[in-house]
Design a protein around this ligand. Structure first.
Ligand SMILES: [Zn+2]
Ligand SMILES: [Zn+2]
Length: 328
C-alpha cells in the first residue's frame, strides 16, 4: 500500500509506495482509508515536541474509512461499515483512570498516528472498540475533521461550562467547528486571531462570531470563559486579563510553549486555568450525535495523500481555511 512515513523528527515525511498491508490482530479491523484529517498534533509529532513516536510511523488520527477485513474475535463491526478512527486507540481498562470513567487519562493509553500507525495511508488497522460509526449526514472528507478537531474541541467546550460569552483563541480547524456548537448552545463567540489576520477574523464572523479581533485586543465585553487552541503560552495571561471573575481559561492543545509569568491579580477572584487531554469514547459518541443533529458544516481543504508535506506546511503557515484533509 501507499503510506506517508516519518523516519525521524524534523525531516520531511516520505512517501512509501510499497508498505506491507497491515494485518488486523485480535479485536482489530482493517480499514480502507477514504480521508484523513491533518491535525496540529501531527506537526508536534513531526517536530519532535511529542517524544518517542513509533519507529517508521504513519501519522494521522482523524481517519474515515470502510472496514474491509475483520480480525479474529472482532464482532462489533463488519465488512462495509463506515467508521472513524480517533486519536485514542487503546486503553488498559484497569488503571484508576479507566475505572473512574476517565480513560482519556489512562496510564497506559496508546494513540493513533503516534504509538500506532495512523491514516496517512491506503489502509489502517484499529481496535474495533475505539472506532466510531460515522453519521450518514457527513461525507468522508467532511467527517474527517470531526474526529479530532471536533471531538477535542467539544471536550474543551464542555470543560468551559455554561459560559454565555465564550472567547476562542486561534481560529483554525478546531474553532471553526466548535464556534458552530457554541452558537447552537446559545453562547456568544468572541474570536481571537493572530494580530492583523483580517481574513481569519472575517472567517470567524462568517461562522457566527459576534466579535473578532487580534489576540492583543480587548473584546467589547469581559468573557465568561476562554478556549485556547493556539499553541502559544502567552495567550494564557492575555485570556485571563479579559475573563470575568470566576471565569475559566481552557488550554486545549497537546503542546504549548511556555506560559510567561503574570501578576497574581489576573488569576485572583476565582478564575481558573485548566487543560484538556485526549478524549473518551463517550465524548466521541455524544459529539458525533450532536454534530449530525445541529448539523455541523465543516470547511475543508483537500490534498492528495502524496501531498502530505504540502498540507502540513500550509497548516504550519496558517494558510488553511478550516481543516486540511488528505485523500488517498
Ligand atoms: Zn487505563
Ligand atoms: Zn488531533
Amino acid at each position: 500500500m501507499r503510506a506517508i512515513v516519518l523516519d525521524s523528527a524534523n525531516t520531511p515525511l516520505r512517501l512509501d509506495m510499497n508498505r506491507p498491508l497491515p494485518e488486523p490482530g485480535a479485536g482489530q479491523v482493517l480499514i480502507r482509508v477514504r480521508a484523513c484529517g491533518v491535525c496540529r498534533t501531527d506537526l508536534h509529532v513531526i517536530d519532535g515536541e511529542l517524544p518517542h513516536p513509533k519507529p517508521a510511523l504513519i501519522p494521522g488520527h482523524q481517519v474515515v474509512g470502510i472496514v474491509e477485513q475483520v480480525g479474529p474475535g472482532a464482532e462489533r463491526l463488519t465488512t462495509g461499515d463506515r467508521v472513524g478512527v480517533p486519536w485514542l486507540s487503546w486503553t488498559c481498562g484497569v488503571c484508576e483512570y479507566c475505572r473512574s470513567g476517565r480513560e482519556n487519562l489512562c496510564d497506559n493509553a496508546r494513540f493513533t498516528g503516534y504509538d500506532l500507525d495512523g491514516g496517512y495511508a491506503d489502509y489502517v488497522t484499529a481496535d474495533e472498540r475505539y472506532c466510531f460509526p460515522i453519521p450518514g449526514a457527513f461525507g468522508d472528507v467532511a467527517a474527517a475533521p470531526l474526529l479530532c478537531a471536533g471531538l477535542i474541541g467539544y471536550r474543551a467546550l464542555r470543560m468551559a461550562g455554561e459560559a454565555g460569552r465564550l472567547g476562542i483563541y486561534g481560529f483554525g480547524a478546531v474553532a471553526h467547528i466548535i464556534a458552530q456548537v457554541a452558537r447552537y448552545r446559545g453562547q456568544q463567540v468572541f474570536a481571537f486571531t493572530k494580530p492583523g489576520d483580517a481574513a481569519g477574523q472575517a472567517f470567524a464572523r462568517s461562522l457566527g462570531a459576534v466579535w473578532a479581533g487580534g489576540s492583543d485586543e480587548r473584546p467589547p465585553e469581559q468573557l465568561d470563559a476562554a478556549l485556547i487552541f493556539a499553541p502559544v503560552g502567552g495567550l494564557v495571561p492575555a485570556a485571563l486579563a479579559v475573563t470575568e471573575k470566576g471565569g475559566k481559561v481552557v488550554c486545549a492543545g497537546i503542546h504549548m510553549n511556555d506560559i510567561p509569568a503574570f501578576p497574581y491579580r489576573l488569576l485572583w477572584e476565582e478564575r481558573t486555568i485548566c487543560s484538556v487531554a485526549n478524549l473518551t469514547r463517550r465524548d466521541g459518541e455524544e459529539f458525533l450525535t450532536l454534530a449530525a443533529r445541529i448539523p455541523l458544516r465543516t470547511i475543508t481543504t483537500k490534498f492528495h495523500l502524496s501531498a502530505a508535506n504540502e498540507a502540513l506546511a500550509a497548516l504550519r503557515e496558517g494558510r488553511v481555511e478550516g481543516a486540511a484533509v488528505l485523500v488517498p
